[in-house]
Design a protein around this ligand. Structure first.
Ligand code: DX5
Ligand code: ZN
Length: 224
């Protein structure tokens, strides 16, 4: 059976900015506050310079998030993503791969769905949104990057809302649009208005003195 995203606008805490010594408690608190999709960034030091979370972290998070009826959204920023899909999909409900990372995105999307996961394509700020048009049938969501992937806490790129709107125009309603990178109180509502309904945030939630309050603030701003 294929996973489904919860209906309606969702704010997705991105755990790469969590306090890793208190990861479980922080995620439990956010799930308690209503978060049902938790974003997990996987970086290999090759597709992007940074190296982040692995299969052990995804496996540890999957239990409590699934117990609450939620799912992990695993964002693979890696070369040869097909290898990583098979490692991470068992812990995930949704997996996105970068269009720029592999010459065979059509096959990768099929590979993700074969695991019963929602299949996503992430696109860098320099990739035209129209590049996903041929892949619509195999797609469940598009992750429109608001920064160049690799690090949390970067400044939001101003062309992002226009790119979200172009995606929303070309995609059927069933394909969700995610925005990831640079999102905070100053721009979350604008990204939502442009057409994103999966709103990812790392530093504006986990960098806040009270991550639950920051999450609730974003939820209120985007009408989730
Ligand atoms: C960036 C990652 C994002 C990151 C967002 O490469 O894909 O998910 O965690 O971080 P913020 O919200 O701090 O920009
Ligand atoms: Zn991400």
């Amino acid at each position: 059976m294929t996973a489904t995203f919860p209906a309606g606008v969702q704010v997705l805490p991105s755990v790469m900015s969590a306090d890793l010594l208190r990861l479980g408690a922080q995620v439990d608190a956010l799930v308690g506050a209503g978060a049902r999709v938790v974003h997990v960034d996987v970086m290999d030091g090759r597709f992007v310079p940074n190296i982040t979370l692995g299969t052990g972290t995804a496996a540890a998070l999957a239990g409590p998030v699934r117990a609450a009826g939620g799912l992990l959204d695993v964002h693979l920023m890696v070369e040869r993503p097909g290898l990583a899909v098979d490692l991470f999909a068992p812990h995930a409900g949704a997996v996105s791969v970068h269009l720029e990372a592999d010459p065979h995105p059509h096959a990768l999307l099929q590979q993700i769905r074969a695991h019963g996961c929602l299949a996503g394509l992430a696109i860098n700020p320099g990739t035209p949104p129209e590049a996903v048009a041929e892949l619509v049938d195999g797609l469940d969501y598009v992750n429109c990057m608001g920064v160049n992937p690799g690090f949390s806490g970067q400044a939001y790129i101003a062309t992002t809302p226009g790119r979200i709107a172009r995606l929303r125009d070309l995609l059927p309603d069933r394909v969700r649009v995610e925005v990831d990178g640079g999102i905070g109180p100053a721009n979350a509502a604008e990204a939502r208005a442009a057409g994103a309904d999966l709103i990812v945030s790392a530093s504006s939630i986990f960098g806040a003195p009270d991550p639950v309050a920051a999450y609730r603030g974003l939820v209120a701003l985007v009408g989730a």
